[in-house]
Each structure stands twice: as C-alpha cells, then as structure tokens.
Design a protein around this ligand. Structure first.
Ligand code: HEM
Length: 504
C-alpha cells in the first residue's frame, strides 16, 4: 500500500463557526497569488492510471468504495477540506469539498445554467440512441436546453397549491401501505419478504399519483416480477447502480462500447419504454374523461400536456425514475433512526395524536434523518470559470463535489452530531442546538439554487404523509446490528432489515 504524508491543511475550520472567512472560494482573479492546482492535496497519482490504484484490491480505499460515509470521512481526515481527485479515462478532474463556506461561495457565484455532472451515459443514450430525439429532461440536459425545460416544469412542480392537490391521495396511499404492511407481518411482527422492495412499492405508488395523476394500485396484489411496476422499480435500481459504474467511476465506455455500456443502453431503453407505457395509459384515460377539470383540479401531467407533450412525457418518466429510490431510502432511514430513539418516536406519536394542524416535530424528524443519513451524499457542479478555493487555483471545467453528508456530521456545525435530535430544527434561537447556528451550506440534502431538486416539495409531502401514518399505527423497533449503507450513485440502505412493527 502506498505511504502518504499528511499534508498541512489550509482549513480555517476552527474559526468557521462565525463564518468570518472572506475568501474560502471565489472566481480567481490573480492566479499568481494562489497555490497551484498541482498542490491541492489528494491521493498520490501514477502515470496513466492516476489515483485508481488506491481503489484497487489492497489499495487504501478499496474496502470503502461502497461505503460513502466512511470513504469521505477518511479522505477528509487524511487530506483536509479540499481533496483532489484526478480524472481518468475521459472523466474531468475533480475536487471534493468539505468546507461549507467554500461551497457557498462556489454555488452562489454560479450562473443561470449550472452544470451538474453525472448520468453522462444516460445523456449519451438520450442524445444518440433514443428514437424520439430532442428534449432530454432535467437529469441530463445542460445549458439553454436545461433552462428552457426547467422554466416550463417549475410552475406545476413547485407551486404549493398544485402540490397541495395531492395531500389527500398521498395520505390514502400511506394508509393503504400501512394496511399492506399489517398483512405482510409474521407472528414476530416482522415484514415478510424484502423490506426495501416494499418501501419501493410505496414510493412508486406515491410518485405515480403525482407524475401520472392516478393510482397504479401496486398494493392490492402480488406483483409478478415481470409486471411493469416491478420492472420499473428494478430498472431504477439497476440504472443508479450502472450510472455509478459508468459515470462516477473511471470507465472505458467513453472510448469504445464496453459490455457494461451496451447493457446500460439496453436498460435506459427499457426504462424509457416502461415509463412511456404508464404515461400512454394515463393519456388514454385522460382522453376518455374528456378534460372537464378546472385548472385548479388539474395535476402535473395534465398541466404539462397542455404546454408540450414531449416535455410532459419526459418529466413524468424522470419523476418515475428520480422519485422512487430517493424517498424509499429516506423513509427507511427515518424509521431506523426513530426505532433506535424510542423517546423521539413517542414524542412524534404524541404530536400526531394531538390532531394539531401544524406538525413541526414530524418535519423535524425527517430533516434530522436527511442530515444524518441523506440519500444523496453530495452535490456536484462542473465549474465554468477558474476559482480560488481555499487558496488553491482550481481550473475551469473541474468537477467540484460538495460533500454535505460529511459537513452536516461535523461537530463545529451541528453540536452532538451523532445524536438523532429532531429538536435542533425547532428549538428557539438562544438554544445551543438551534440549527440556524450551523453554516447553511453544511446541510443541502436537496441541492442548491436554480438546479436544486425539483421534486423536493413532492418528496416532503409523500414522506410526511407516510411517516405520520406509520408512527400512528406502529411502534417501530430495531432488533439487530447497525444497518448497512452502500453507495450506488445514491446511498442505499441494505438488509438485513431488523425492523419490528408492533401495533400501537
Ligand atoms: C428525499 C427525496 C429526494 C432527495 C433527497 C433528492 C435530492 C436531490 C438532489 C440532491 C438533487 C441535485 C440538486 C442539485 O444539483 O443541486 C436532485 C435533483 C433532482 N431531483 Fe430530487 N431528490 C428527492 C426526491 C425527488 C423526487 C420525488 C423527484 C420527482 C419529482 C425528484 C426529481 C429530481 C429531478 C428531476 C432532479 C434534477 C433537477 C434539475 O437538474 O433541474 N427528486 N434531487
């Protein structure tokens, strides 16, 4: 194993509580004043293979490749708050940032077309292989094409009054899922079958009512593995895994058509066809209904269909992709943390039984689990200008990753970071736990700015509805060793799932 010298860190983390730093990051004006790019700390690099040997068997980071939290913590401990990751095989060079103020300054100075890297192989599919070329959607489009798409879909997806339309039906979905879970329990109150798949069935049914405006009825039957619903769930999972291999790790597909690349192209087509099957079925049903709804009653798909059918189809398809594993893993993380913290669970149940309209503790429980176990470990941008980041010259075109999962677990931003304390999100300002004392860019589970998660409000409503019904119905316990989390573009909670769901 290669030996590393611990480099001195240029991090002012000890004073960062007051956020007095003036230049953590800014567009670079006088490069000669900065430490050169070659000096940014990071794993040592070899000709041709760059830093890859650290991730090979026997390499320092090999064991941690699929353990994102431990991998990034190790990088932070070893190299400091900025870490260079050399690009290989057509990937751009990158830096990992663990400094909220530097993150803030880079993100705040981005232009109107922030470029988020990732999903390049899906982008390739949509640009070169897809039959109906043209609009590609938010996940993969960049520049003017992305902006136009986003401006079209922002109003129906972000307007609170449109989202509120879904409250009743999402609550219905939540109640139906609770009924299903009750029917799936064995004598020991454990859910039979695959718990993660069950949470996926809930998340697909939930995002289905928003993306398509109708119930898919995934709960009422045993879905065969080749049913469109199960196929879609499996495809979403496989695609995130594949994107991790092709787009987030060095891969030769950018030079020639590898076996994995060919498999990916097939998968992307299958996902597109399956999503289109659901959208077409919905359009058929809408046509049968004859479009008699008022504007206020129309859901997302209907509103988008009136504007542009291509946009409507792609957006619905992307919602069925981006809205499945994200919410399912978030609800699993929240249940796990509440199972380990019974007094917090009791407090939540108390709030829910009070019938008060506002439910701040419910929201706080979700926020706190997104702090401790976020489904997305960090955000990334390809910078469109050269920067001074923490005193280093970082060239234009570098991929900067903002590792909020690590930042939001740092003691200096969130006191008692390893404790599940939903209270920190609701206590008054003079309480030392008050979340507002933390740097705002230490916690970004839904990303930042004009490119942030378009499904945020929908996801929050889905999660609040389901968590409320779960805690009203079950005393959730965990009986086993700590849960395992693995990385495949997203953070996946993997079994064994040692949940016990007792009737309240
Ligand atoms: C707990 C649930 C979710 C989390 C934590 C989450 C997180 C994120 C994050 C971190 C980004 C990148 C933002 C950035 O680059 O600044 C993103 C983008 C996106 N999310 Fe979500 N997401 C969730 C649920 C959803 C749902 C339910 C949908 C479906 C509507 C969705 C659709 C999208 C789309 C389409 C984008 C790309 C936006 C763009 O580039 O303009 N997400 N999400």
């Amino acid at each position: 194993m290669a030996a590393f010298k611990l480099k001195p860190l240029f991090s002012l983390t000890s004073v960062s509580k007051n956020f007095f730093r003036t230049v953590a990051a800014c567009p670079a004006t006088d490069i000669s004043q900065l430490k050169p790019w070659s000096e940014v700390p990071g794993p040592s690099s070899l000709p041709f293979i760059g830093q890859m040997h650290h991730f090979f068997p026997k390499g320092e980071f090999y064991e941690l490749i699929e353990k994102p939290s431990e991998l990034f913590t190790k990088m932070l401990d070893r190299y400091g708050t900025i870490v260079k990751m050399k690009g290989n095989f057509g990937m751009a060079d990158g830096v990992l940032l663990f400094d909220p103020e530097a993150s803030a300054q880079v993100l705040r100075s981005e232009n109107w077309f922030p470029v988020r890297p990732g999903f390049e192989s899906l982008d390739y599919y949509r640009k070169h292989k897809k039959e109906n070329k043209g609009t590609n959607g938010l996940l993969t489009d960049q520049g003017e094409a992305w902006k136009q798409f986003r401006s079209t879909v922002n109003p129906p997806l972000l307007q609170p009054k449109t989202i509120r339309l879904y409250s009743a039906v999402l609550d219905e979905v939540a109640q139906d899922m609770v009924t299903r879970m009750k029917s799936l329990r064995d004598a020991d109150n454990r859910i039979q079958g695959k718990f993660d798949m069950e949470m996926n069935v809930w998340s697909l049914e939930s995002i289905g009512v928003v993306a398509l405006g109708r119930r898919l009825n995934c709960f009422n039957r045993v879905l065969p593995p080749d049913s469109p619903e199960m196929k879609l769930i499996q495809l979403v999972h496989d695609i995130f895994k594949m994107a991790n291999e092709l787009d987030f790790k060095p891969s030769l597909w950018r030079y020639y058509s590898t076996r994995k690349f060919r498999k990916a192209m097939k998968m992307y087509k299958e996902q597109e066809d399956t999503a289109r099957y659901f959208v077409d079925k919905t359009i058929e049903e809408l046509q049968k209904q004859g479009g008699k709804k008022s504007d206020d009653e129309k859901g997302v798909l209907e509103k988008l269909l009136e504007i542009n059918k291509d946009v409507a189809v792609i957006m619905a398809s992307d919602m069925l992709f981006a809205g499945v594993d994200t919410t399912s893993n978030t609800i699993t993380a929240t249940l796990y943390l509440l199972a380990l913290n019974q007094e917090k669970q009791d407090k939540l149940r108390e709030e829910l039984s009070s019938q008060q309209e506002k439910r701040p503790y419910l929201k706080a429980c979700l926020k706190e689990s997104l702090r401790m176990m976020p489904v997305v470990a960090g955000n990334a941008r390809t910078i469109d200008k050269e920067y001074n980041i923490l005193g280093y010259h970082v060239p234009k075109g570098t991929q900067v990753s903002f590792l909020h999962q690590c930042m939001s677990m740092m003691e200096e931003y969130y006191p008692r970071p390893k404790e599940y304390l939903p209270e920190r999100w609701i206590v008054p300002k003079d309480d030392p736990l008050y979340h507002g004392n933390a740097h705002p860019f230490a916690y970004m589970p839904f990303g930042f700015g004009v490119r942030s998660c378009i499904g945020r409000r929908i996801a929050e409503l889905e999660l609040e509805s389901f968590l409320a019904r779960l805690i009203q119905n079950f005393k959730v316990e965990w009986d086993g060793p700590p849960v395992n989390v693995t990385s495949a573009s997203l953070n996946y909670i993997v079994g064994p799932f040692n949940f016990i769901f007792k009737d309240v």
